[in-house]
Design a protein around this ligand. Structure first.
Ligand code: PGA
Length: 246
C-alpha cells in the first residue's frame, strides 16, 4: 500500500477546488494498492467531501483547532471537520509552525483532539536548513516527535509526514536515499511511543519526475504532495507514475 496525499494549501478557491475534485473523479485509479487523500481549504471541504463520496479519495483538513466549540474567532475544530465527513487532518505542517507560529504544545493538543474523536492525524515534522547544516536534524525531529508521549495511540490510526522545511515549495527535494535513512531513523524513534506500524510519508517538492525515487524505497510509505497536487495534470501524473510500480 502506498499513500499519495495532496495538500492543496491555499492554492485553490472554492470553485477551483470543486473543478479539480470533479476532474479527479473522471479518472480511474488503483484503489487496492493506493491510499489517496486530498486536503482542500476549509471553505471548500464540505463540497469536496460530497463530490468524493464513493470515490477512491478520502478528504482531510489542513489544520484543526483543538477546542471543540466556543468563543474562538476564526477557528474550526477537529470535531467540526469530522462532522462534515473529513477522515484526516494535517497537524503541525511546516507552514503552520513557521508562518503562523504553531508550537509543539499546540501540535500535541491538536493531535490529541484528532485521536480522541477519530480523525486520523498526519503529524508533519521536518528540520530547517540551519538545523540540517549544523547536524541538528535528529534533535529537531526528536523534539517534534516527543509530542506523542502520553498520547493514547493504541488501536488509533496516525501517520507521520517527514517534510524537511528546506524542501517544501523550493524545488529542492531531499535526496531519496537520505530521506529513506531519515525514515528509518523515525521508525526506530517511533518505537518509544507505539508498538504499531506507523506509515511515514515523504513531502517536499515531490513531482512526477521524482516520485518513483521515493515510493520505490521500502521505508517510504508514500508522499505528501503540495504544489503539484493542486493542478490536475501534475497530480494525476504523480498517481499514474506510482501505479506503474505497485
Ligand atoms: P510542496 O509542499 O510539494 O509544494 O513542496 C509539500 C507540503 O508542504 O506538504
Amino acid at each position: 500500500m502506498k499513500y499519495i496525499f495532496g495538500n492543496w494549501k491555499m492554492y485553490l478557491d472554492f470553485d477551483e477546488s470543486n473543478i479539480l475534485a470533479n476532474a479527479l473523479l473522471q479518472e480511474k485509479f488503483d484503489e487496492n494498492n493506493l491510499k489517496l487523500a486530498i486536503f482542500p481549504s476549509a471553505l471548500a471541504i464540505r463540497e469536496v467531501i460530497m463530490a468524493m463520496e464513493n470515490s477512491v479519495f478520502s478528504v482531510g483538513a489542513q489544520n484543526v483547532s483543538w477546542v471543540e466549540k466556543g468563543g474562538y474567532t476564526g477557528a474550526i475544530s477537529a470535531q467540526m471537520f469530522l462532522n462534515v465527513g473529513s477522515e484526516y487532518a494535517l497537524v503541525g505542517h511546516s507552514e503552520r509552525r513557521h508562518i503562523f507560529g504553531e508550537t509543539d504544545e499546540d501540535v500535541r493538543k491538536k493531535l490529541q483532539a484528532c485521536l480522541e474523536i477519530g480523525l486520523t492525524p498526519v503529524l508533519c515534522i521536518g528540520e530547517k536548513k540551519e538545523e540540517k547544516d549544523s547536524g541538528l536534524r535528529n534533535t529537531c525531529l526528536q523534539r517534534q516527535l516527543a509530542v506523542l508521549a502520553g498520547l493514547d495511540l493504541k488501536n488509533k490510526e496516525i501517520l507521520i509526514a517527514y517534510e524537511p522545511v528546506w524542501a517544501i515549495g523550493t524545488g529542492n527535494a531531499c535526496d531519496p536515499v537520505e530521506a529513506e535513512q531519515v525514515h528509518h531513523w523515525i521508525k526506530e524513534e517511533l518505537k518509544k511511543y507505539s508498538d504499531q506500524e506507523i506509515p511515514i510519508l515523504y513531502g517536499g517538492s515531490v513531482k512526477a519526475e521524482n516520485v518513483i525515487s521515493y515510493v520505490s524505497l521500502p521505508a517510504i510509505d508514500g508522499v505528501l504532495v503540495g504544489g503539484a497536487s493542486a493542478k490536475f495534470e501534475t497530480f494525476v501524473s504523480i498517481i499514474k507514475k506510482v501505479e506503474e510500480i505497485i
